[in-house]
Design a protein around this ligand. Structure first.
Ligand code: SMG
Ligand code: MG
Length: 369
């Protein structure tokens, strides 16, 4: 397709409750959305970069700038563009995978809407619903945590992930195990530990967790491999896996037995599928991560999670886990599952009124600018 214009839009969604991780507390979700328009179709993308560069080096205003200054001019100059070409066309720009992923997602959505194909079908999905896990933030107290976990279990979530950090780890996990027994449970440190904390991390082995996610820093593949030898709990990588190439390195180093795949982090849904394929071929389990996406990114993540290698429940919760109101029809978790969208493209579209209310800024870049 020949892309004629691209709309960049920031939206702000109120979170139902603050979401606290080892790197900070979010009260609102600020998202960068992109809409590409070609002569006969349009498509939506969502960039997972947060307002501040605390999860990874990318951040929302930076993503917007690199799109406007570098990525979109390349696409405009490329004439007829297919989604499968976007990664290669944008490769001369180093890094900026979250920005690139959003651009590719929008082109992919447009292409699929035009052909009437769902994203799940395009990516190779094999199921029509996927199990829904929930990520539970760091709380002020253990009783507060137990109330939150109890509430999510009552709602039907099939797997609980606890955010941890030094000072909020073993006691929190023990309390959840003692209260709720043998539930599928895992933890995510968002790189808050160092290899010298291995003794403390090994204390988590007593609780038969499904995995410990990203205990050490993004760059520390070798140190994750050392830690993995010391722990019986499987090490899972999130932040470290920025590409299929990084995944191949991590697997061959023995740095992880499990991978959290986030399309936004790895440069797009097509690279996410390559990581899935590589992991399956290597006997490494994968699951679909989340970045507190709006209904757009959430729908696309569910499509990705329907591929056969996603053998562990993902962070694919219902919209109401985070938002009182989403900007699309909400994703609904029922009986521990969310349905894989079947409509063309990502299968979700912004609702005009909600979108208008939630928009904080909007601009358009055209081929002829
Ligand atoms: O979307 O359910 C979700 C959030 C899941 O915990 C979650 N994501 O490191 O895996 C992770 C975190 C990153 C959140 S940063 C906004
Ligand atoms: Mg994580």
């Amino acid at each position: 397709m020949q892309i004629e214009a691209v709309e960049l839009r920031t939206v702000s969604l109120q979170l139902k409750s603050p979401f606290r991780t080892s790197f900070g507390t979010e009260h609102v979700k600020d998202a960068l959305l992109i809409r590409v328009a070609a002569d006969d179709c349009e498509g939506w993308g969502e960039c997972v970069a947060s307002a501040e560069p605390l999860y990874s080096s990318e951040y929302l205003a930076g993503a917007m700038d690199v799109m406007r200054s570098f990525l979109l001019p390349i696409l405009f100059a490329s004439g007829d563009v297919a989604a499968a070409d976007v990664g290669r066309l944008l490769a001369p720009v180093k890094g900026h995978r979250m920005a690139k992923a959003a651009v590719e997602m929008a082109v992919l959505d447009a292409e699929l809407r035009r052909s009437g194909t769902s994203l799940a079908r395009r990516l190779g999905g094999v199921v029509d619903r996927v199990p829904s896990g929930v990520s539970v933030g760091i709380m002020d107290s253990v009783p507060e945590l137990l109330d939150a976990v109890g509430d999510y279990l009552d709602q039907g979530y099939v797997r609980i992930k606890l955010k941890i950090q030094p000072g909020w780890d073993v006691d929190a996990v023990r309390a959840v195990r003692e209260r709720f027994g043998d539930i599928p449970l895992q933890v995510d440190a968002n790189a808050a530990y160092r290899l010298s904390d291995a003794r403390q991390l090994c204390r988590l082995d007593a609780f038969e967790l499904l995995l410990v996610e990203q205990p050490l820093a993004e760059e520390d593949l070798r140190q994750h491999a050392e830690l993995a030898k010391l722990m019986t709990t499987p090490v899972c990588l999130d932040e470290s896996i920025v590409s299929a190439s990084a995944a191949a390195d991590a697997i061959s180093l023995g740095a992880c037995r499990v991978i959290n795949i986030k399309a936004g982090r790895v440069g797009g849904y097509l690279e996410a599928v390559r990581i899935h394929d590589l992991a399956v071929a290597s006997g490494v389990a994968v699951w679909c991560g989340g970045m507190v996406e709006t209904g757009l990114g959430r729908a696309a993540n569910i499509a990705l999670a329907s591929l056969p290698g996603f053998t562990l429940p993902g962070d694919v919760s219902g919209s109401d886990r985070f938002f009182a109101e989403d900007l699309t029809e909400p994703v609904v978790m029922r009986g521990g599952y969310v349905d894989v969208p079947t409509g063309p493209g990502i299968g979700a579209t912004p609702l005009d009124a909600a979108m208008k209310r939630m928009t904080t800024a909007k601009s358009t870049v055209s081929r002829h600018d």
